[in-house]
Design a protein around this ligand. Structure first.
Ligand code: PMP
Length: 361
């Protein structure tokens, strides 16, 4: 078996030790005579897995007691609709910050349910910088303010949390959750698809302040009503049990690595190394993103010409470094370096980039 270094943006690499543990337990879980994926979600065996993963996530993110954690079938795109269905009161509008592709998708979906105000846009910078909060036109009566802390495609990340006063702040943290500590109390609601820093695809996590739920629009499907799911411990319908089991293994792995403080240090170091390789390449590589908004998780970069992309990708693959193509909508190259990408993978990529630049520069 040859495991490669997988730089995909999502579904993304999982920690090797997690996959090994899952393989070990695949046929029989905890002496129960069957796989955990064959257990009833209402049985004792699965219940212990469910609760342990929930409490580990609460511990890792230091989620305050007055927040519910929901784990639901689906992904972040589904929450683009579910958030307005749950948080809007009749007659209210919602504020959205547009920093790129995923913000735009959230906005167009929300418009089906809500009056949406775009309170800031990165358009002037071609979405390669974050508009400073001093330029935002927030509405103090909005139901919530929605933003995307990390734009996965363009690699633009907030390294600060917006101040929205009494208006709940809603964040699509799909591609940055668990990469560093956050102060959950600054948010009304956080959601994240699993397939980057949590586990396999098919699961979405919602962390929501209790007082914000319970007034969903009448059209809201019951399984998407946060209050119904919170009261049912996320089991109003069958939760994605095997995905949640794997997420629990990832949470244990994170805890053993020293939790989110330790991850933040490692992630910052990995990102710094990669940006340094780009910036110190004598202009061979180029990062299009404004330096203060450079993402720790998704690092897009450009070569001197588009023609060099094919040999770069082919030779990188030969070196065991895969899925480095940029998103199909923007082209170029992109290295996604989530928690499960070991520092050694980044070191190998940097060595490869230096060698490639020597040969083609
Ligand atoms: N938001 C962000 C920031 C993302 O990166 C993605 C997926 N790459 C999505 C939303 C959509 O996620 P899903 O495909 O799980 O709906």
């Amino acid at each position: 078996m040859t495991r490669v270094h997988n730089f995909n943006a999502g579904p993304a690499a999982l920690p090797l030790s997690v996959l090994e543990e899952a393989r070990e337990e695949l046929l029989e879980f905890a002496g129960s005579g069957m796989s955990i994926m064959e257990h009833s979600h209402r049985g004792k065996v699965y219940d212990a897995v469910h609760e342990e993963a929930l409490s580990l996530l609460r511990e890792l993110l230091a989620v305050p007691a007055d927040y519910d954690i929901l784990l639901l079938q689906g992904g972040a795109s589904q929450q683009f609709a579910v958030v307005p269905m749950n948080l809007l009161l009749p007659g209210q509008s919602a504020d959205y910050v547009n920093t790129g592709a995923w913000s735009k998708k959230a906005i167009s979906e929300a418009k089906k349910y809500a009056k949406v105000n775009i309170v800031a846009s990165g358009e002037a910078s071609n979405f390669l910088a974050i508009p400073p909060q001093s330029e935002w036109t927030l509405d103090p009566d909005a139901a919530y303010v929605h933003y995307t802390p990390n734009e996965t495609i363009s690699g633009v990340e907030f390294h600060w949390v917006p101040e929205t006063g009494d208006v709940p702040l809603v964040a699509d943290m799909s591609s940055t959750i668990l990469s560093r500590p956050i102060d959950v109390s600054k948010f009304g609601l956080i959601y994240a698809g699993a397939q980057k820093n949590i586990g396999p695809a098919g699961l979405v996590i919602v962390i929501v302040r209790e007082d914000l739920i319970g007034q969903a629009l009448p059209i809201t499907p019951s399984i998407w009503d946060y209050k119904i799911q919170a009261d049912a411990d996320s089991m109003s319908n069958t939760p994605p049990t095997y995905t949640w089991y794997l997420a629990g293994l990832v949470f244990k792995w994170l805890k053993a690595k020293g939790g989110l403080e330790a991850m933040a240090e490692i992630n910052k170091r990995k990102a710094d190394k990669l940006y340094a390789a780009i910036d110190n390449s004598g202009g061979f590589y180029r990062s299009p993103v404004e330096p203060s908004a450079r993402s720790w998780m998704n690092v897009p970069f450009l070569l001197p010409s588009g023609e060099l992309e094919k040999p770069f990708l082919e030779q990188a693959k030969q070196a065991g470094l895969v899925t480095l193509a940029g998103h199909r909508s923007v082209g170029g190259l992109r290295a996604s370096i989530y928690n499960a990408m070991p520092e050694e993978g980044v070191d190998r990529l940097v060595e490869f980039m230096q060698d490639f630049a020597r040969r083609y520069g």
